[in-house]
Ligand binder design. Structure first.
Ligand code: GLP
Length: 249
C-alpha cells in the first residue's frame, strides 16, 4: 500500500479528485467504483468543479457503488441512491443507464445481491475503486468477521456502524439494520483501489490498518493483499501513527 499524507480534508479531497481525473483522461471508458459516507463528499465536489470548468466527461464512464441500505428506496433521502444523485451524478454528464447501485428495496434482496454480482462480472473488473473506512475497519458495509471470499451479500450492520451513521438520520431507530454490499472478494477484484481516510476519528483505524496482521476481524486489512492500493490520509487521521512513531516515505 502506498500512503500519501496530506494536510487536511480539503487537500485529501483535491488529491483524490486529481487522481480520479488523471485515470479518467487516460481511459474515458473507465469503470469507476464509488463510495458513500462523509469522506468522499469533498472529492465529488472537486470532480464536479473540474467537470464544469474543464469539461472532463463521464459520458462513457460506468459507475458501480459499493452498497445500499436494505429497505430504503432510491427516492428516500437517506438512501445511497439519493446521496449519489445529490452529491455527484446530478452535476456531471454520466448517463443514468451507466450507473449501478444495488437496490435496497428490491422485492427479493437475495436475488438483488446475485444480480448485482452478475452485472459486475459482466462488465469486467472495476478500474478504480474509491473506498472509505469505518471506525471498526469495515469497507463497503463488510463488517468485522466477513469472509474474504464474500461476494455481494446482505449484511447485518454492527451497532457501532449504526451509531456512526445515525448522524445522517433523524434518530438512531431510523437507521436501517441491514444493507447490501459488494463483498470483500468483489472489492478485491478491482484493478486499483483508492482509500480515503480523514479525521481524528479514523486515526485508530488507520493505525490498525498499518500495524495489524491481515485478519477477517479487521476487514480493511485485506487491502494489504491487493497489488495496487493508494491511501490518502490527512494529518488528523495520521495522528495515532505519528504518536506510535511510524514514519512513512
Ligand atoms: C459507511 C459506508 C462506507 C463508508 C464508511 C465510512 O457505513 N458504508 O462505505 O466508507 O461507512 O463513512 P464515513 O466516510 O462517513 O466516515
Amino acid at each position: 500500500m502506498k500512503l500519501i499524507l496530506v494536510k487536511d480534508y480539503q487537500e485529501m479531497s483535491k488529491q483524490a479528485a486529481e487522481y480520479v481525473i488523471e485515470k479518467l483522461l487516460q481511459n474515458p471508458n473507465m469503470k469507476l467504483g464509488l463510495a458513500t459516507g462523509g469522506t468522499p463528499i469533498g472529492t465529488y465536489k472537486f470532480l464536479i468543479e473540474d467537470h464544469k470548468r474543464n469539461g472532463t466527461s463521464y459520458q462513457n464512464v460506468k459507475s458501480f457503488n459499493l452498497d445500499e441500505y436494505v429497505g430504503l428506496s432510491a427516492t428516500n433521502e437517506n438512501s445511497y441512491h439519493y446521496y449519489m444523485n445529490d452529491v455527484f451524478f446530478n452535476h456531471i454528464d454520466i448517463k443514468k443507464k451507466n450507473v449501478h447501485i444495488p437496490s435496497g428495496d428490491a422485492p427479493d434482496i437475495q436475488k438483488e445481491c446475485e444480480d448485482y454480482e452478475t452485472v459486475l462480472t459482466k462488465h469486467g473488473r472495476v478500474d478504480l475503486q474509491i473506498l472509505g473506512i469505518g471506525n471498526n475497519g469495515h469497507i463497503g458495509f463488510n463488517e468485522p468477521g466477513t469472509s474474504f471470499d464474500s461476494k455481494t451479500h446482505i449484511v447485518k450492520l454492527a451497532p457501532s456502524t449504526i451509531r456512526a451513521n445515525s448522524r445522517y438520520f433523524e434518530s438512531m431507530e431510523e437507521v436501517p439494520t441491514r444493507a447490501v454490499t459488494m463483498g470483500i472478494s468483489t472489492i478485491m477484484q478491482s484493478k486499483e483501489i483508492l482509500l480515503l481516510v480523514s479525521g481524528e476519528s479514523k486515526s485508530k483505524a488507520l493505525l490498525k490498518l498499518w500495524e495489524n496482521e491481515v485478519d477477517e476481524y479487521f476487514p480493511a486489512s485485506v487491502l494489504k493483499k491487493h497489488p495496487a492500493v493508494t491511501v490518502i490520509a490527512d494529518e488528523a487521521a495520521y495522528a495515532e501513527l505519528r504518536a506510535n512513531d511510524r514514519a512513512f516515505a
